[in-house]
Design a protein around this ligand. Structure first.
Ligand code: GLY
Length: 314
């Protein structure tokens, strides 16, 4: 991102523990320490003090808490603002943004507790203006696709930017080469064009000829998780009430399996996402929460404040 001028946090990378430690002493807090490898979503530590950041650094680089993922670290300025997930289809040349979404990562209401893969999501972000969408496209998504092509690795597929809208403009936190979970559950229901046609255009490199249409509706999804997630949890509990939801509610299965008698059983941390669309975020939210309590399994947990924009503003 630095090489191609894509707006992002100031940062430095280190493979030497001693150099990383020395650099850290000169930084302001809060500060972010990231293991530069896959760490099951746990490799990013936002530290409020230099001593907390130093402990995280030692844990990653010396104690190898995440194995080889900690051979290299990134020490990064902490960005604050509104976080959003922005997606685009790209065939390596043309970039067509999808609708964007906000994800809720902490397990409990009011963003309390440990981070998860995502406990709920809504689309579109209430703060996303047409001007901001255009800025995201022109300063982040298009330059990222162009950069990969220039590096000799043109990327075809879904480009997912995890972004922060700061008071100094929108900045990229990370990129993923995939859809988001649970963002996909609230973005694809708004897609009017056939996804298969888009995928074929991506493969064939003629995305520039596609006219992709989206609904103007809002969409809200709430994840039903196993009690204890993202820590340890039990599975194998029967899920009831799946047929009791209203016709226009979509229930996406993630951590479920079919038992020996054909019944649906829990089989993971994030079990289901219950999704509704509506003409406003408030309407979609009301529909989700009117339906989610018809579905039951033992020790079920879900957040009660997904897409509650008043709670978010606090
Ligand atoms: N919801 C975050 C992700 O898919 O990475």
């Amino acid at each position: 991102m630095q090489k191609y001028g894509i707006p992002c946090a100031n940062s430095a990378s280190f493979s030497e523990y001693g150099q990383a430690k020395e650099y850290l002493q000169q930084q302001k807090t809060p500060i972010v320490v990231k293991a530069d490898g896959l760490a099951a979503g746990k490799g990013v530590i936002v530290a409020d003090s230099i001593s907390q950041a130093s402990d995280a650094l030692a844990n990653i680089m010396e104690a190898k808490a995440f194995g080889a993922a900690g051979n290299k670290v990134i020490i990064e300025e902490c960005l604050s603002g509104e976080e959003m997930s922005c997606f685009a289809f790209t065939d390596g040349k043309t970039v067509i943004p999808m609708v964007s979404a906000c994800d809720y990562k902490p397990v409990f209401d009011n963003d309390q507790g440990p981070n998860t893969g995502g406990m709920g999501s809504y689309s579109p972000p209430h703060f996303l203006t047409p001007t901001l969408s255009q800025t995201v496209k022109e300063t982040i998504l298009q330059p990222a696709a162009k950069a990969m092509a220039e590096e000799g690795r043109p990327y075809k597929g879904v480009l997912y930017g995890g972004l922060m809208v700061t008071d100094k403009g929108v900045k990229a936190l990370e990129f993923n080469a995939r859809f988001g979970d649970p963002e996909t559950q609230v973005t694809l229901p708004l897609l009017k064009t056939d996804l298969a046609d888009i995928m074929l255009a991506v493969i064939d490199g003629n995305l520039d000829q596609m006219d992709i249409e989206w609904s103007d509706d809002a969409c809200v999804g709430v994840v039903m998780a196993s009690g204890g997630y993202p820590g340890s949890y039990q599975t194998g509990f029967p899920v009831t009430g799946l047929n009791a939801v209203d016709k226009d509610i979509v229930v996406f299965h993630a951590g479920t399996k079919v038992g020996s008698e054909g019944q649906v059983l829990t089989d993971g941390g994030r079990v289901l996402t219950v999704v509704a669309t509506g003409s406003t975020i408030a309407e979609a939210r009301e529909k989700v929460y009117n339906n989610i309590n018809r579905i039951h399994f033992e020790s079920c947990h879900y957040r009660k404040d997904i897409a509650d924009l008043k709670a978010r503003a606090k």
